[in-house]
Write a protein that binds this ligand. Structure first.
Ligand SMILES: Cc1ncc(COP(=O)(O)O)c(C=O)c1O
Length: 455
């Protein structure tokens, strides 16, 4: 019989995977390896600390039978704790900010946890901040354990005992650079300390979003004002005790755009489906590897799975809304689906046998100044308000005329996958273009619809 006693046996011992296509394209010679923490049973690096913090609490007698685990989390630690709690019979309450993806919230709930969501904008130290809220719930809940992953020694200890030795052994001691994000700092501090003990020459490099304080804090000891960024799970607005700056040699800043772009490239070009913080780490790993000697061995952490972010940066609609999408991925279909200006979402049109009066009324009712003329889902002509009004000045009877008899030529018709660049060029000559999907006109794109899109 070959079986694990329970799901917790699958935590850790994650493999290293070499990056090939992206490094080749960028002419990077030093090998880069992904440490696949997304292959843990809760799909993130945080399963390791879920079990280690609960082991600690049980050993210390802090967590007793039927107890409740309460934690402030960006989701993954919650999943790690919920996994262990499910196996050992504890209840969980997690406090998350509203920045966290809906997938993670649903995931936690489906693992039986109660979830409290607070505003991401609440300042540290104020009652609504997620740490403060978790601490208060813990005080008010009898027989509860509040691990506080930001300060709990079992967090970096888990990485010192497991992640560090795995990376060392799997690279045959050849690792030269280790790259990780810094959320609680557990991963980088624990793994980094182990690797430094094995070989003090190994460079431990933090990957930090622009807007987080860690880089300035490491370099000057000063805590700057943090600014918002979109990557989840890493970076902070205040120092945290588990982020041991003395283990870290250097911190590199990475933009949201780079993080998401590289996370998406990892999926498409390497088959590694990951979250945004992995993109942050990988962006930093590429910068490091570009400068590193050919015989180096660069390892970065794949923190979690892309499944947690399907409604976020893995969606073109979300990326476009945040003005982060590469222009070549913006198509007519995407523009039409994500119109957010004043123009109507539904296609407004007239048929050739309606009257000019009907057409004017429809334009007024929908706040549009031009309208396509469609017959059996095909475009046969167009009408513009200014054109009709000029004609009406000369002849009021025109209101009763058939659209067919006065209409202008059709707006240009393009396929839904036509690029933004091509649509823009058509809009130089026409006030609107029509989108065609399987020979049916499905949408209209006007000049104002593309004005708010980055080029
Ligand atoms: C998605 C994600 N990436 C990275 C991290 C950072 O790991 P650590 O807390 O060990 O610094 C976290 C931590 O919350 C996370 O949720």
């Amino acid at each position: 019989m070959k079986a694990y006693d329970n799901i917790l046996g699958l935590i850790g011992n994650t493999p290293l995977v070499r990056i090939n296509n992206i490094t080749k394209k960028q002419k990077i010679k030093a090998p880069i390896y992904a440490k696949m923490e997304s292959l843990n049973p809760g799909y993130s690096v945080k399963d390791r600390i879920g079990v280690s913090m609960i082991d600690w609490a049980e050993k210390e007698g802090v967590l007793k039978r039927g107890g409740t685990i309460i934690e402030a989390t960006s989701g993954n630690t919650g999943i790690g704790l919920a996994l262990t709690a499910a196996v050992r019979g504890y209840r969980c309450i997690f406090v998350l900010t509203d920045k966290v993806s809906v997938e993670k919230v649903r995931y936690l709930k489906s693992m039986g946890a109660d979830v409290v969501v607070v505003p991401a904008t609440a300042k540290p130290g104020t009652p609504d901040h997620y740490h403060e809220t978790a601490a208060r719930i813990a005080r008010e809940t009898p027989n509860s354990f509040y691990p506080d992953q930001y300060a709990h020694p079992a967090n970096p200890a888990a990485h010192y005992a497991t992640t560090g030795p795995e990376v060392w052994n799997d690279t045959g001691g050849k690792i030269t650079h280790f790259i990780s994000g810094i959320g609680t700092g557990g991963t980088i501090s624990g793994t980094g300390r182990y690797l430094k003990e094995m070989n003090p020459k190994i460079r431990i490099i933090g990957a930090d979003p622009y807007g987080s304080i860690f880089k300035t804090y490491k370099e000057s000891g000063r805590v700057p004002e943090s600014t918002p960024y979109l990557v989840e799970g890493i970076g902070q607005s205040l120092p945290v005790s588990n982020a041991n700056m003395s283990v870290i040699d250097e911190i590199l800043n990475v933009t949201d755009r780079e993080s998401f772009d590289y996370a998406r490239q990892l999926s498409r070009q390497e088959g590694i489906f990951c979250g945004g913080s992995t993109g942050t780490n990988f962006a930093a790993a590429l910068k490091v590897a570009k400068e590193a000697a050919e015989e180096s061995c660069v390892v970065f952490i794949v923190c979690d799975t892309g499944e947690h972010y399907l409604s976020k940066f893995h969606s073109d609609e979300w990326m476009k809304e945040k003005l982060l999408l590469e222009p070549q991925r913006i198509t007519g279909g995407l523009i039409a689906e994500t119109k957010n200006g004043t123009s109507p979402k539904e296609l407004v049109f007239v048929t050739p046998d309606e009257t000019v009066g009907d057409a004017l009324e429809r334009m007024n009712a929908n706040g549009v100044t031009q309208i396509p003329v469609l017959e059996e889902h095909r475009s046969v002509g167009s009408l513009r308000e200014s054109f009709i009004l000029t004609k009406l000045l000369a002849d009021r009877e025109m209101l009763n005329a058939k659209v067919r008899d006065v209409m202008d030529k059709s707006f240009p018709v393009v396929e839904v996958d036509t690029s933004l660049a091509e649509i823009k060029s058509k809009l130089q000559r026409s006030p609107a273009v029509l989108l065609e999907d399987f020979k049916r006109i499905t949408a209209i794109i006007t000049r104002s619809d593309v004005l708010d899109i980055q080029s």
